[in-house]
Design a protein around this ligand. Structure first.
Ligand code: ATP
Length: 477
């Protein structure tokens, strides 16, 4: 495509606009530089980052997200649990404005950058927002980033409705009634989008509430505003701007996988897996992020009330306290149809039979135990590096009978790109079906909420797809 002439409305400079290799490129005007062999590039915007394009009365506005220039910090000190977190990269919204007289250039730019532009004005959006997630910034994110981006992109303000969550598990029922309302008013045209703005706990309740309906087609947008935001990280969404962009672009929508959990108990010594008495649950439990027991569950449990004051640093503080009184948790684990990570081969190797890990003696007990559907439980904490929400298995990361030094080393290595999985102290598996029986009464963490298991309590976890023949459930990836 030929470059076209335009004028920068701010500087009144003559420039040329060009679309090349998936970028909008703005250079100084060639007519001004006829003698010069080099043409100065003034702007280069990846089309991926453009969220809105307006063109009225010859004025073109291109709205995009941009990384703030990183501030370099010297990084020479020793890594500890308190200084290992990565620095946040800030993004911001920016607009370029030019006057030009070329509709076909604008149409081409819109076609390439915003492929679903025509659908946006008629798409309904329902937002479920938890004002208390993370550092309590969800409402600010909504007002200053998400809503402006959606409206600028072309969504109609009158098609957007927003619901605030309440505490004590009420979000699940809220999501169910929101889903009910959507299904009862379903019209022709693009399917509505449900956006969860909060952390993993909010998302857990939104997905469970919608799944409770047992029918319907739902499209889910995930805006990370919590502390961990592990589900968003699993989709490689690192910030609010990127997350909103994924909804606007709607390039790809995929079903994802959840962990279905059943509770029960088994008091028999041998063959306990065949003799489990399952509890009748009031509601199914489907996890999106994590089931943990022992050290990790205790961190979550003991740091709950520090959430508003300390952000993610609270996890390090509580971890350092728990390391002083490190406990080995006794129980048995059965992994069915599993694969074990082999660090030498750098791949998972299939196990022919069920894997049974017996940790009933204190010195063989489980020091660390997590089952994760996401690669990182918070930004940088790459505890299950090969996990993905889009595959049908879960990752199990275990350390047994280790001391505080070994656990600290593994935690730091998890922050260093997940290299802990190469250590001979770490057992790393993938499975689709697991059974855990705890010896003593124990706390387990289920997507951030703490649940108590009795002595000889059993937890049975299996992966299930978000889309079933009755209902489809996709997320923007
Ligand atoms: N209006 C409210 N007031 C108080 N608590 C609320 C309210 N709405 C939801 N909650 C509680 O917020 C918790 C969920 O928070 P969420 O998981 O979204 O944030 P987070 O814990 O900061 O993030 P993450 O789970 O990603 O680490 C639930 O315990 C829920 O009961």
């Amino acid at each position: 495509m030929q470059p076209i002439l335009a004028t920068n409305t701010e500087t009144e400079e003559s420039v040329q606009l060009l679309i090349e290799n998936d970028h909008l490129i703005v250079t100084e005007s060639l007519t001004l530089t006829a003698q010069s062999s080099t043409v100065e590039t003034k702007e280069k915007v990846n089309l991926e980052f453009i969220y809105g394009i307006d063109y009225t009365q010859n004025l073109l506005s291109v709205h995009f997200i941009e990384k703030q220039t990183a501030v370099s910090v010297s990084d020479t000190g020793n890594k500890t649990l308190t200084n290992i977190r990565p620095q946040d990269i800030q993004w911001h919204l920016r607009t370029l404005r030019y006057t030009l007289n070329d509709t076909s250039f604008v149409t081409q730019l819109q076609y390439l950058a915003l492929p679903h532009l025509n659908e946006l004005p008629n798409t309904k959006i329902v937002v479920v927002l938890n004002p208390t997630s993370g550092l309590q910034l969800a409402e600010t994110y909504w007002q200053t980033i998400v809503q402006p981006m959606l409206v600028t992109a072309g969504f109609n303000e009158s098609n957007i409705s927003k619901f605030m969550t309440e505490g004590e598990g009420k979000t699940r029922a809220l999501a169910e009634s929101v889903g009910q309302r959507i299904l009862s008013t379903e019209e022709q045209g693009p399917k509505p989008i449900i956006i969860s703005i909060g952390g993993d706990g909010t998302l857990h309740e939104v997905v469970n509430g919608l799944k409770d309906l047992g029918r319907g087609d739902f499209r889910l947008g995930v805006i990370p505003a919590g502390s961990g935001n592990a589900f968003a990280l699993g989709l490689n969404i690192e910030n609010v701007q990127q997350a909103t962009l994924k909804i606007i672009k709607a390039r790809k929508e995929e079903p994802f996988y959840l962990m279905d959990v059943q509770f029960g108990h088994s008091n028999t010594k041998e063959n306990w897996q065949q003799q489990i008495e399952y509890d009748q649950l009031k509601k199914p439990v489907r996890l999106l992020v994590i089931m943990s027991w022992g050290f990790h569950a205790q961190i979550v449990s003991k740091s709950r009330y520090l959430r508003y004051f300390m952000g993610n640093k609270r996890f390090s503080l509580v971890a350092m306290f728990l390391l002083k009184f490190l406990h080995q948790y006794e129980g048995e684990l059965v992994l069915k149809k599993s694969k074990k990570y082999n660090p030498e081969l750098e791949q998972f190797v299939e196990n022919e039979n069920d894997v049974v890990l017996d940790g009933r003696q204190p010195n063989e007990g489980f020091t660390y135990f997590i089952v994760s559907k996401q690669h990182s439980l918070e930004k940088g904490f790459n505890i299950a590096p090969f996990a993905s929400p889009l595959t049908d298995d879960v990752d199990v990361v275990i350390l047994r009978g280790v001391d505080a030094d070994a656990l600290t080393k593994a935690s730091i290595e998890a922050f260093q790109g997940g290299i802990h999985v190469k250590s001979d102290k770490v057992e790393y598996y993938k499975t689709t079906d697991l059974l855990l029986r705890v010896k003593q009464k124990a706390d387990v963490c289920l997507d951030g909420e703490i649940h108590s298991l009795p002595a000889n309590g059993v937890l049975h976890l299996r992966t299930v797809g978000s889309s079933t023949p009755e209902s489809s459930f996709t997320v923007f990836v």
